[in-house]
Design a protein around this ligand. Structure first.
Ligand SMILES: Cc1cc2nc3c(=O)[nH]c(=O)nc-3n(C[C@H](O)[C@H](O)[C@H](O)COP(=O)(O)O)c2cc1C
Length: 170
């Protein structure tokens, strides 16, 4: 069984998908990984919207900056913050961090199950909200297509450990 680190190393952003449905059981496991992710004060003020309707997915391409591969995947996942934001003592917005952690858990679980994802920042909050009936006071924080990969990209470069890690102080 691969370790979490093995899966994290093997994960890639996938921008080509096979026209093969995602089994309900696998989708449930991906969503479960989001459900159990940690949140500030355990607030869990979120909703994960899984879209499987092909017509809606087609419309989501435009809401995601015209990124055509969004329309290839059989599932589209949106991690949404439910209700107003709370700024933590550290100055950061809790719901952005909460939903990002959940999305990270979900994309790693997808990778473990042999499914591809591509975290998208290029989307219109307003357009996705309108298409998915998301309430006014909620926001879409992170989205991804989900499906069987139609490509196996090489790893993208990462900065070396010595550049990004220091011990005891900056
Ligand atoms: C916050 C965030 C936003 C991103 N937005 C997009 C996007 O809109 N479109 C896209 O094709 N890739 C997007 N990516 C994927 C990155 O380009 C990708 O993660 C990075 O190049 C490293 O490649 P890898 O994920 O295969 O390791 C995004 C990734 C993150 C974390």
């Amino acid at each position: 069984m691969p370790s979490v680190l093995d899966v994290a190393r093997a994960r890639r952003s996938i921008r080509k998908y096979l026209p093969k449905p995602v089994e309900d059981e696998k989708l449930q496991q991906v969503l479960e990984a989001g459900r159990i992710a940690p949140t500030a004060s355990n607030a869990q003020k979120w909703r994960f919207v899984a879209v499987r309707d092909p017509e809606t997915i087609k419309k989501l391409v435009n809401a995601c900056g015209g990124q055509a591969f969004v329309g290839e995947a059989p599932v589209f996942l949106a991690a949404c913050a439910d209700g107003p934001d709370r700024v933590m003592n550290c100055g950061q917005k809790a719901r952005v961090i909460d939903c990002s952690i959940a999305m990270s858990f979900m994309i790693l679980t997808a990778a473990e199950l042999g499914l591809g994802t591509c975290w998208l920042g290029n989307f219109s909050n307003d357009k996705v909200k309108r298409l998915l009936g998301i309430p006014d006071d909620s926001d879409v924080i992170a989205v991804t297509p989900l499906g069987y990969p139609g490509e196996s990209p090489d790893p993208r470069p990462r900065r070396p450990m010595g550049e990004v890690v220091s011990y005891e102080a900056w």
